[in-house]
Design a protein around this ligand. Sequence first.
Ligand code: ASN
Length: 455
Amino acid sequence: MNRCSLQGHCQLNVDWRPSNRFDDPDSTLAENIEFLPNGEGKKPRFTDFEGKTSFGMSVFNLGNAIMGSGILGLAYAMANTGILLFLFLLTAVAGLSCYSIHLLLKSSGVVGIRSYEQLGFRAFGMTGKMAAGIAITLQNIGAMSSYLYIVKSEFPLVLQAFLKADTNSGEWYLNGNYLVVLVSLSVILPLALMKQLGYLGYASGFSLSCMVFFLSVIYKKFQILTLAHMFTVNTHTAYTIPILAFAFVCHPEVLPIYTELRNPTQRKMQHISNISILIMYTMYFLAALFGYLTFYTNVEAELLHTYSRIDPYDTLILCVRLAVLTAVTLTVPIVLFPVRRAIQEMIFPNKTFNWIRHVAIAVVLLTLINMLVIFAPNILGIFGIIGATSAPCLIFIFPAVFYIRIVPKDKEPMRSTPKIFAACFAGLGVLFMIMSLSFIIIDWTTGSSSTLGGH
Ligand SMILES: NC(=O)C[C@H](N)C(=O)O
């Protein structure tokens, strides 16, 4: 009966689900990963699927999932908040991200499921499952499109400068559209076809080192002038929360990484998450600080543009742009995994792992994202809205409401402190969502455009 399927989803052979939860219509589904209470009545253990990914590789993978185009919007956010207010907000969003991972891990421990969509199912039936699946799909397709858009716009300029080619030489390799397809086929697709996320650890490590290089170069460029603000508020300050929320989204990847962890426990996974978030917190602060202290109020919503505007042919800056390109390219496969999982759970539930389906979904997804980036780059603005809705759902609202529904009332009554905290957390998410959406609408109606969190 113990069959393992979709990226480590296994069947249960002991069912200890709380009886008042939504039950899966087919309780023997391969998607149901369950923990087994081990013989001696100790803590539940996940015995069906043996995760093989080490602690360090999991930190790399989660770090890579966190770090993406979001980092490029942070200097702009700091220019509109001042160093201290930015540091305060960054600390708050990082802390809230850790807390929401805690809620996800605890809920997943109670019902023995390691899938965001299945948690949604346990909490709210089909509606919960679809809501989680759709939010993950939209958020991650938005993120991947923004990464490929960076490849499309940056790669030709970097190549042209390195090859000292004429701007209008018309060579095919200076055409961003061809380059996006080439990078997707040669780098992203092979990595996305790996059977398990855990295999991407080395690529993630390399991606993170590219970002460390990016940091070390922008560090060399900054200079402290007295006009740095410690605290400032203007009409763009409001974008800080959506930018920060986007930058810390990694929640769809947490449970898949947990599933593949060697000797998994809730504490160990929380530890991995805290370390990844702490590393990214430090890198985000430094990236924002150096970017801000280089350009001050002239910093644009996308940091790389600002550097290329000042000195497009500086070799070091070209290397930095190449490093960021590499880093975001290597993040695409990691972000693609949870989308494929969500699609499998929504469209092909009850199915065990199948290579043809695994490959086909990746090919279709990459084709779709390539087409969006090549033919409809203006549509990426739509992802501002998606980011403003799906990011608060995935970070705040879903983990909190799933937790409230999943943890049994006899264990934690509705008025218990953890549940009251979770309810406030969901409320905060709704507030952020309304705030972000209102700013986008105001932006549209007044005609000024702004970049939300890298989209
Ligand atoms: N994984 C995501 O959805 C976004 C990522 N946190 C970024 O900064 O690009």
